[in-house]
Design a protein around this ligand. Structure first.
Ligand code: SAM
Ligand code: SF4
Length: 329
């Protein structure tokens, strides 16, 4: 088990497959991109699969989420999914993607054993999409979403971040559209994880503001607390149901007490939290030929030291050195 000193147990593994991306979302990356990880530093496909296998067979991981950067840019993605699907016990597998290229790969991913996808889409307006992501790819994302639904990578969830002055008026419209198209929408509060360090607490759109905006058009009833489990999203039933909307209030209402996550970066570092300032190197152990049990032990020790919370509200809060795209969101 991956237990920590606060009684939490990590069962959900986020695996970043690359730090590279084909978009430049303003809350994530600067326009010019970043210094990408060097190829020899990246885990190979075999190394990724071995670490997932150790997590699943030795450490009680039951959920694996592939992310990045943009995971669809990883050439070996389908093979990695296939090998993870053959593990015993078989983990549930999902993918967080910006959706570009998903129209070509959704079928193959489903065949390889992927269970579902989360696609990031912040706006229904192509011009706003272009300003927000600095790329003119809105149509590609919409086609990717449709392909995911057709390939039954369901429920297809949409992650949306609202940015002041750009898309902060779009919450009700996005929700109406998501319901019509059978996508499950979740809003994520903007977090201080951008490479440019441009996040300001006073400028971010808060969960309360998102809910106020949604309530201008819909009746929202909170989902029963016992149905939430360790999910970071608080969910509301819309009008009389059956549709729901989620809000992940990582900044204003963090859910650290029930956190069940552990993270593996594309260069083989374990992070116990998005906001951790320390990492534990598994790549070095892998490459010096450590046996599975030793790697599992290093992972357990790292988890034992997990902090109580992200500390976003604390006066000594320090933004981690790595941005979201390099950690794996
Ligand atoms: N490229 C993929 C994508 O965009 O879905 C996967 C990686 S991305 C880092 C994962 C999620 O993190 C996306 O839904 C994105 O909107 C979200 N994200 C990125 N930067 C963020 C920030 N500063 N605050 C909140 N969410 C952020
Ligand atoms: Fe790329 Fe995802 Fe970051 Fe946007 S949020 S720049 S799509 S990694």
């Amino acid at each position: 088990m991956l237990a920590d000193t606060f009684g939490r147990v990590a069962t959900d593994l986020r695996v970043s497959l690359t730090d590279r991306c084909n978009l430049r979302c303003s809350y994530c990356m600067p326009e010019e991109g970043l210094q990408w990880l060097a190829k020899p530093d990246l885990l190979t496909d075999e190394e990724v699969v071995r670490l997932v296998r150790i997590a699943v067979t030795h450490l009680g991981i039951t959920e694996v989420r592939f992310t990045g950067g943009e995971p669809l840019l990883r050439p070996g993605l389908i093979g990695i999914v296939e090998q993870c699907a053959a593990m015993d016990p078989r983990p549930r597998m999902s993918l967080t993607t910006n959706g570009i290229g998903l129209s070509r790969t959704a079928e193959a991913l489903a065949r390889a054993g992927l269970d579902r996808v989360n696609v990031s889409l912040d706006t229904l307006r192509p011009d706003v999409f272009k300003r927000l992501t600095r790329r003119d790819r809105h149509g590609d994302v919409l086609r990717g979403l449709e392909a995911a639904r057709a390939a039954e990578l369901t429920p297809v969830k949409i992650n949306a971040v609202l940015m002041p002055g750009l898309n902060d008026d779009e919450a009700p419209e996005l929700l109406a559209w998501a319901m019509k198209n059978a996508y499950e929408l979740r809003f994520i509060e903007q977090m201080p994880l951008d490479a440019q360090h441009g996040w300001k607490r006073t400028e971010m759109i808060t969960a309360s503001e998102i809910l106020r905006s949604l309530r201008s058009r819909f009746r929202l009833t909170p989902e029963r607390q016992e149905d939430r489990g360790s999910a970071p999203a608080e969910r509301w039933v819309i009008d009389d149901g059956p549709h729901c909307v989620g809000v992940i209030a990582s900044v204003t209402r963090p859910f650290c007490r029930a956190c069940d996550r552990t993270r593996l970066t594309a260069d083989g570092q374990i992070r116990t939290c998005l906001f951790a300032t320390e990492e534990t190197d598994l790549r070095r152990a892998l490459r010096r030929g450590a046996p599975d049990e030793e790697i599992a032990h290093i992972w357990r020790l790292a988890t034992w030291g997990k902090k109580a919370g992200a500390g976003l509200g604390a006066p000594d809060f320090e933004q981690p050195d790595r941005p979201m795209s390099a950690i794996g969101g």
